[in-house]
Design a protein around this ligand. Structure first.
Ligand code: NDP
Length: 339
């Protein structure tokens, strides 16, 4: 098995809850951690048995025992920290959203390419066995020509995460950059090129949010395909789900917009409805890490490439723009060519 030595950039919840345990289950090493606060760096290192802690990023990036960095800081730091890591020759697995705007995101792609390091974006959903099977079935024509998708991704934000996500727009707060961007990673993978977004967002939670905490969106994909999404921090009792409807059938998946390897997938067509077997359900974050390690050592692609992460961001930014302008907004997936 291919393993890496990781520098963890960000004393975050997701690193502690999902990524560090997944790294260790796979036999990877976590050799260093960075936090902006020296006390938090030391405390986090102690709590998670990480041998080296620093609040100087350059110190972590200069270490020979760091092959790759996992960046899970607040969203506005993903861009400068990716650039710094690439300049130091470290491979980068960056949390979503890749960046806060498209010029920064495209710079990240260029910087990693120029430095010859791998850039992956840690969207977990395309790593789920359910999602991979849905994508495979759609590509194999199981529903005929796709016409529409529906995503149900309205959940209750856990209290421990109700901090910068709700309060700090400059750090990348809001449900769109948190959840819609995940929907986009899933839908782009299945439906292809996103064209435009029409969205309506509100603040409906029992908190003093500075940003939208619930949004409904219609996305238009190439080929006259429509997708609707409902993303929220405020819904405690709904199922999550993903549906793909085509000319010859429908795929109906429940409880699949989640971090755990659970959920069901049904195919309904002229022959009736049957459950699609999902025989193996590896941990989503292990799938991401395995693919990333192979990308580093064998030159294959990460589970979600930097470019795919940036296309998901492009969708989310158009959704944000539409929710604020009240108009249908184009999804810009390529930088304008320089003349
Ligand atoms: P956290 O709020 O747990 O951590 C983000 C940053 O907040 C940390 O890097 C840390 O800064 C700071 N921080 C954490 N705890 C404290 C504290 N007690 N006091 C002061 N500052 C603190 O965020 P998440 O783990 O929820 O999210 C981090 C990133 O990961 C985001 O980009 C998010 O979008 C992404 N994410 C991805 C998920 C996925 O499934 N792919 C799921 C959840 C999040 P410092 O490092 O400087 O100490």
């Amino acid at each position: 098995m291919t393993t890496l030595r990781w520098g963890v950039i960000g004393a975050s919840d997701i690193a502690a809850a999902r990524m560090i345990p997944a790294m260790r289950r796979l036999g990877h090493e976590v050799t260093a951690v960075w936090s902006s606060d020296p006390g938090r760096a030391a405390g986090y290192a102690g709590q998670h048995q990480i041998p080296f802690a620093t609040s100087y990023l350059g110190e972590l990036l200069a270490r020979d025992d760091v092959d790759a960095v996992y960046i899970s800081t607040v969203n506005h730091l993903h861009y400068p920290q990716t650039l710094a890591a690439a300049a130091a020759g470290k491979h980068v697995l960056c949390e979503k959203p890749a960046a806060m705007n498209l010029p920064d995101a495209w710079s990240m792609l260029r910087a990693c390419e120029d430095a010859g390091v791998v850039l992956g974006v840690n969207h977990h959903l395309p790593c789920a066995a359910t999602h991979r099977e849905i994508a495979r079935l759609v590509a194999a024509g199981a529903v005929g020509r796709p016409l529409a998708a529906r995503v149900f991704h309205a959940v209750q934000l856990p209290e421990r995460l109700a901090t910068w996500r709700l309060k700090d727009p400059s750090a990348g707060a809001g449900v769109v950059l948190d959840i819609t961007v995940h929907d986009a990673a899933v839908l782009n993978n299945i439906l292809g090129r996103p064209l435009d977004a029409t969205a309506s967002g509100v603040r409906q939670g029992p908190w003093d949010a500075a940003v939208d905490d619930a949004v409904m969106t219609v996305l238009r994909y190439e080929g006259e395909v429509l997708a609707q999404t409902h993303d929220a921090f405020t819904i405690g009792y709904a199922d999550t789900g993903l549906e793909i409807h085509g000319t010859e059938g429908s795929l109906l998946a429940r409880d699949v917009m989640t971090q755990d390897p659970v959920g069901t997938v049904y195919l309904r067509d002229a022959d009736g409805e049957r459950e699609i077997p999902i025989p193996s359900r590896p941990d989503l974050y292990e799938v991401s890490l395995n693919a990333f390690a192979r990308a580093v050592t064998e030159g294959t692609e990460p589970a979600v490439t930097g470019a795919e992460g940036v296309r998901a961001l492009a969708v989310a930014l158009a959704v944000q723009e539409s929710a604020s302008s009240g108009r249908r907004e184009p999804i810009i997936t390529e930088p304008e060519r320089e003349v």
